[in-house]
Design a protein around this ligand. Sequence first.
Ligand SMILES: Cc1cc2nc3c(=O)[nH]c(=O)nc-3n(C[C@H](O)[C@H](O)[C@H](O)COP(=O)(O)OP(=O)(O)OC[C@H]3O[C@@H](n4cnc5c(N)ncnc54)[C@H](O)[C@@H]3O)c2cc1C
Length: 572
Amino acid sequence: MKIKIILAWLSLALISGCAASSTRCQIEGYLGPMEIEVRSQNQRITELRVLSHEDTAEIADPAFAEFIAQVLEYQTLQIDAVAGATESCQALRRGIEQLLKRQGFTDEQCFRPLPETPVKQEEPLKTYDVVVIGGGGAGLTAAVSAAQQGASVAVLEKTGSLGGNTIRATAMYNCVDDALQRPLNIADSEQLFFEETYNGGHQKAKPELVRILTSQADEGLAFLQELGLQIDTVIDNCLGGEHARGHYSKAHNGTDFIQVLGDACAREGVDLYLNTKAEALLQDDSGAIIGVTAAHERQTIQFEARRGVILATGGFGYNVEMRMHYDQSLTGDLLCSNAPGTLGEGIVMAEAVGASLMNMEYIELYPMADIYDGGLHNSIPNAINHGILVNTQGDRFIREDAGRDELAEAIRSQEHGFVYSIADDDFSTLQEDRDFLEGLVLMGQVVKADSLDELARLLDLDPVLLNTAIADYNRSVEAQNDPRFHRKTLINKIDHPPFYATAKTVTVHHTLGGVEINERTQVLNSQKQPIPHLFAAGEVTGGIHGANRLGGNSFPDCIVFGRIAGTEAARN
Ligand SMILES: Cc1cc2nc3c(=O)[nH]c(=O)nc-3n(C[C@H](O)[C@H](O)[C@H](O)COP(=O)(O)OP(=O)(O)OC[C@H]3O[C@@H](n4cnc5c(N)ncnc54)[C@H](O)[C@@H]3O)c2cc1C
């Protein structure tokens, strides 16, 4: 196993013979209380420990390790928060400062200037067959695929951990799967999948890429299963989709996708460089891409790529300036579901070497986000298929199975910019869904009531409007015809108390545009010719989803095009 994770030491030895101080405190972390311990001796910080926290472990743990290592090394809190875990690191910094001050540190001692000269010397040049930029779903898939072709591979990841947006995802994976769909009477085909994707994207995607996505998604899932991913037998319909073809892993989120891909990279001997931010693509005189310049701990490293560089840096949803450049309405006031590292750097690097960009103006707003942080995870399970949406008066305002873009626009135009998702007790037969929902009720994120009048009272809705809207909807379910909004998925009436409701709003979710590629994932220039030795896969690319994305299509996008990119680059 040759995986190389660049990590610093987490603690310094205590200097014997001097008086030492040690204090602990509980502070408010990003997602809950956090307990930390700080030791110092002679105004030097000797040990820092996070004893407990409630932030997302996969993201926060490596970030804390990196942050602590740097504080100890440079003896200052003037360390940048780790990208991807900014809020968690800022909370940790506040706690350390508080404890240091209790131990007699002054402001100047807490915030000493960083040393001018770098402490560590890095090898200036590293050579590989293939260099992948970005350690999310697309990048890791490309890395495994290239290594399976016998190439030596490096993955550069700017944050302290793998995963990007992929690890945050609900991780629905669309593909046609007769074995699971047929017993559930779900009629589906590659052609239907193609049409729903291409037409749902308002025919703005490149049809040849949509054809590849929809015809190879099943092979992509089989590839993941071969690597060890366990797939659940549930088949689900995504928000904004008409056919249930969404698969989940056992964890029902992106963590096990990243775990399986990371393990496969390790097995295949891929070298992984964390905290290593690609800054520019290197070109030779002919215009071919020959490598990447990257920054690691204030050092510059050149990565030479003998066969190809693969861009897999994800989208730019978190970059307010960049998204407003393409859509003025997407101001910083909007919530965003993305990882903070989703800044579009790969697109900027590609543009600098002449890449053509496409579909940049299409930026997806997810219409059913949690109102307090723009996340996706605290919804009533199955609410879109089994429930309805009402505005803040209590009336329906749209067919709930509309496309994401239509739903988002309708929600944005409602008074106060948010709506309620409402369901009754028939929302799910699964005990785990029921337990999950009760948890949300306990946390105050979902309101539960024994009658519609009570629900209206709790949410300050007009009870007459709410009762009328639901009675109308129930008649539509009976008649299998919704004359008011023409909703097609009329599965069950809302008539079994208790009733549940939660507030939902829009969040900046996915950037549909990016670098233009061809069927071999080669990045094209403005003359639509491949830029030699430059490939791209995943959310950094445009032309796969068009103007509107079918939920559950990004995971196959990453895997299908990641595999092609890795294979093509390795064979280059
Ligand atoms: C909350 C949420 C839920 C979602 N749910 C689903 C779902 O259920 N199904 C679905 O299909 N899609 C879903 N999506 C969309 C999907 O997760 C993403 O489109 C997809 O994971 C993107 O993968 P990627 O590999 O292209 O980018 P990412 O996973 O974002 O990885 C890109 C990586 O590149 C790194 N990077 C960026 N710039 C640099 C640089 N200069 N140098 C080095 N590294 C760099 C980043 O730090 C990051 O780790 C969801 C998205 C979100 C945010």
